[in-house]
Design a protein around this ligand. Structure first.
Ligand SMILES: Cc1cc2nc3c(=O)[nH]c(=O)nc-3n(C[C@H](O)[C@H](O)[C@H](O)COP(=O)(O)OP(=O)(O)OC[C@H]3O[C@@H](n4cnc5c(N)ncnc54)[C@H](O)[C@@H]3O)c2cc1C
Length: 478
């Protein structure tokens, strides 16, 4: 009798083997335990990790890219626009400035005589303090911060290492979450080499930007413009909208004696933005942010990869055109950002939703007892198809701690641009230094909740505010 298996038999055997291996593999999954687990290592995530670890918690920080920093590093948004900020951003700046890896910029083309772009160059006479105010500050007085993205990664990684309490897992993607009612039990993560692990933590923080952890858990989320009836915002449309704040792909250019002339994309692109926000980075390179490149909705409708491919083509056409300008004729393309610059996607519905009314009231008239961050950036909804909302604010406004608590959840916080903000409020408070404040607040709060074994909404908020250094003027009686 011929015992040699047929092709079909072999295939069945290998399928069974594959299933068996997968099942065994599942049973052998590594399990990690910690006090606080943070998913996403952008501005919100790394600040949360520093905040939690410095407050005494053991932390695991999970990041799918090969380095920390998120949008501010991998999408080349390595500048902090003028605005109110907290002590952690200041500490990071000081460490960077000490090694020549950060500076203060101002617009050297404010009159737009050189072309339709802002030209934010490092200006050594200007100070960090000047970057701390946007509201009620004349445009000519605006100053911003720029930093070397690689050095930011090194600095933040060193700060995390110094705590001796933080395990950073790079190139590791969160894929699933398990909850018991409104309590997160564990999450499943997959490393680059396909190894699967489960993390159990007392408290979880979603810092994925797009609220991926919260969405997997089934938290209520919002997407796009909210109707006026929802939050009674003066600039909200009558009906809910579909448009999202625009997406951009930033790129880096470098000086050259014989600059390579940019080839146009093939097939050609007919529509691309003509202006840009140009920032000098330490060392002399420039980052070009071509502002609204494609509608923000493309990400939802076509997916990440298709949107990135389209933006890469537009960026080539954009640089080809910018290179014609004498200001940039001695520069050539160094690199396109590896990551899309996403301004807006899903936002979580929290215990409180920050709205345009908060922004207009300013901290002077807000009555929240739990403010844990301050911001003063303009309302800034822009891009094709968006109902434009733009307006400078009269002063800083406070962001309550409740914006970081997904509604009803016991041991979950959200500290990223996907926190509990209305569409209009999100257009103002998405800035990196605001995310750093929110991250630090969430991290410190998580450490308190883990230590006292209480739901995140039951921590001592006054003690948290004190720890964060929230000014007395922003602390309202409870
Ligand atoms: C084009 C553009 C220009 C901007 N200009 C400025 C400016 O001039 N000044 C300013 O202050 N702000 C600016 N902003 C806003 C600011 O940069 C961002 O809003 C802010 O950096 C977002 O921080 P975040 O922590 O919320 O998210 P991110 O920085 O995006 O971090 C999210 C992280 O989560 C990770 N992640 C996502 N999913 C998973 C998963 N499943 N598993 C593991 N990790 C995951 C991502 O890889 C990423 O590292 C700009 C934004 C854009 C897009």
């Amino acid at each position: 009798m011929n015992m040699k298996p047929t092709l079909i038999q072999s295939t069945i055997v290998s399928l069974i083997a594959a299933t068996f291996v997968a099942a065994t593999y599942g049973a052998e999954m590594t399990e990690l335990q910690t006090d606080v687990c943070i998913v996403g290592g952008g501005s919100g995530g790394y600040a949360a990790a520093i905040g939690a670890a410095r407050a005494g918690a053991n932390v695991i920080l999970v990041e799918k890219q090969d380095r920390l920093g998120g949008t501010s590093v991998n999408a080349y948004v390595c500048n902090w626009e003028p605005g109110v900020s907290g002590p952690l951003a200041r500490e990071i700046y000081d460490r960077l400035a000490k090694i020549g890896a950060a500076g203060v910029t101002m617009d050297h083309n404010a009159d737009r005589k050189k072309g339709p772009f802002g030209l934010w160059l490092i200006t050594p006479t200007e100070t960090y303090e000047q970057t701390l105010r946007r509201a009620a500050n004349p445009v000519r007085s605006w100053r911003a911060v720029v930093f070397d993205p690689d050095k930011l990664v090194q600095t933040v990684s060193a700060m995390l290492a110094e705590t001796k309490r933080c395990k950073v897992m790079l190139e590791t993607t969160f894929v699933e979450a398990v909850a018991d009612g409104k309590r997160v039990e564990s999450i499943k993560i997959v490393s680059k080499d396909g190894k699967t692990s489960r993390i159990k933590a007392r408290i979880f923080i979603d810092s994925t930007g797009g609220a991926h952890l919260c969405r997997k858990l089934g938290c209520e989320t919002m997407l796009g413009p909210d109707a006026k009836s929802r939050f009674d915002e003066p600039s909200a449309p009558d009906k809910p909208g579909q448009t999202l704040n625009a997406i951009s792909l930033c790129y880096r250019i470098r000086k050259s004696d014989r600059p390579l002339r940019q080839t146009p994309p093939d097939p050609p692109v007919s529509r691309y933005p003509r202006g840009a926000h140009v920032t000098e980075v330490p060392g002399g390179d420039r980052i070009l942010n071509p502002l609204a490149m494609v509608p923000g909705r493309m990400l939802i409708d076509k997916g990440y990869d298709a949107t990135l491919a389209e933006c890469r083509r537009i960026a080539q056409a954009h640089w080809r055109s910018m290179q014609e300008n004498p200001t940039f004729s001695m520069f050539e393309l160094h690199s396109l950002a590896p990551m899309l610059g996403i301004r807006e996607s899903y936002r979580v519905v929290g215990e409180y939703v920050l709205t345009q009314n908060d922004l207009l009231a300013t901290i002077a008239k807000q009555t929240h007892p739990d403010v844990t961050a301050l911001a003063d950036h303009s309302m800034d909804v822009h891009g094709k198809g968006a109902q434009r909302v733009h307006g400078e604010l009269k002063g800083p406004y406070g962001i309550p701690y409740r914006c970081l608590i997904p509604k009803g959840w016991e041991n979950l916080l959200v500290a990223c641009r996907g926190a509990s903000f209305s569409h209009i409020a999100a257009s103002s408070c998405r800035l990196s230094r605001t995310m750093i404040q929110l991250g630090r607040a969430a991290g410190a709060a998580a450490a308190m909740a883990a230590k006292d074994d209480v739901p995140v909404r039951e921590i001592d908020v006054a003690a948290l505010q004190k720890q964060l250094g929230i000014p007395a003027s922003a602390m309202k009686p409870r």
